[in-house]
Write a protein that binds this ligand. Sequence first.
Ligand code: AMP
Ligand code: GLY
Length: 436
Amino acid sequence: MKILVVGSGGREHAIAWRLANDETKHEIYCAPGNAGTDGIAVNVPIGAEDIAGIAKWARENNPNLVVVGPEAPLVKGLVDELASLGIPAFGPVAAGAKMEGSKRFAKEIMAAANVPTGMAEVYDDAAKAKAALDKFGLPVVIKADGLAAGKGVVVAETKEQAETAIDDMLVANKFGPAGAEVLIEEFLDGEECSILAMTDGETVVLLPSSQDHKRVFDGDKGPNTGGMGAYSPAPVVEDAMLPYIKDRIVRPVVEELKKRGVTYRGILYAGLMVTPEGGKMAKSGSRINVVEFNARFGDPETETVLPRLGGDFATALLNTATGRLKESDIVVKSECAATVIIASAGYPGSYEKGKKITGLEKAAALPGIVFHCGTKKNDAGETLTSGGRVLSATGLGTTMREAVDNAYALVAAVDFEGAFHRKDIAHRAFDRETKR
Ligand code: AMP
Ligand code: GLY
């Protein structure tokens, strides 16, 4: 197959890498890709959000499949555009991507489909929003409605923090139009996990569970990031919970969208909160609640989940894009996977770019994979940093301990000025083992 992967992060490198590992060989392109996709794919210099540019490339090159990585081009309607050209694309149409693009819309769909989630109210007026706070108690969660690159959520411990967040969004317009409406949401107690569900609008297949590490520092301290590491499977997701997640959370959303004329194809990523026995129960009465939906593969979850998938990946994606997912057999390997992000000093705040990365060849000789997140090559062929999250080291193993050790061996092999990483990836899985 001739396949175009849209995006330039660790997620897209992992998608391209997994496609390149199919038994059948494919012709793979990435737009724009990075230094890691260069070599397994042909990088084409078109930005992931350049809808017209990608459509033009697709018209001229006629790929069998386009796989869209990030949310922005999905929300902007890249898949709709490709559909009008008759080119199959993995990812939802814009009306489906709204599940990620508007938290208000996602809540509306969940309410209509009776999907358990935090109680929430929507406001566009700061005074009214503040007056509503008392109803929610503390902590309380304030969210910008639209896409804010993961920064539009404040978990407020005090009323003052909640009021500041409301003012930032509704008065100071810190997030522009994305913050023109805010959600005030019930705080959900528990442990988070990510479920990537593959769906063609009919069939739903849950990919292996994973858990992201969103805070920048060890012990889940410091500001939120795009994700500092992940591991799969996540033991917080017990096998007995999977039918509930599939039939009470994912499928009802897909069906509600269908009722509204939207056939959702691609990944519906459910960010879930699992309340422990004895934890504070949510108003929904369910132990498992939706924190958010995303319309795409997670990053870094993809780097940890895709190496665990066997079978013909390209066909699974194409079948999803064309409404034939039930013909695909998604094979999950029993191996565990752990992914450690190596980031630039300063991330998630400001950071420098253009640092030379060393040790990639050494790492390539070790078991596991170093995915590139924010890298590029200079004219001399050297690999330089070009983002906040730079590399994504994935180790595999028969136990989580072995997977984590393999990931950290990769981390030890590579370096660049200012590199840092979390040292406690998968700590919740190990905490559970200790408690048992
Ligand atoms: P989101 O962008 O909606 O995923 O929110 C970012 C992060 O904020 C989540 O990963 C959670 O850690 C936290 N969060 C969001 N909503 C809630 C909630 N209702 N209760 C507790 N934590 C939340
Ligand atoms: N890792 C969180 C996300 O992809 O949204």
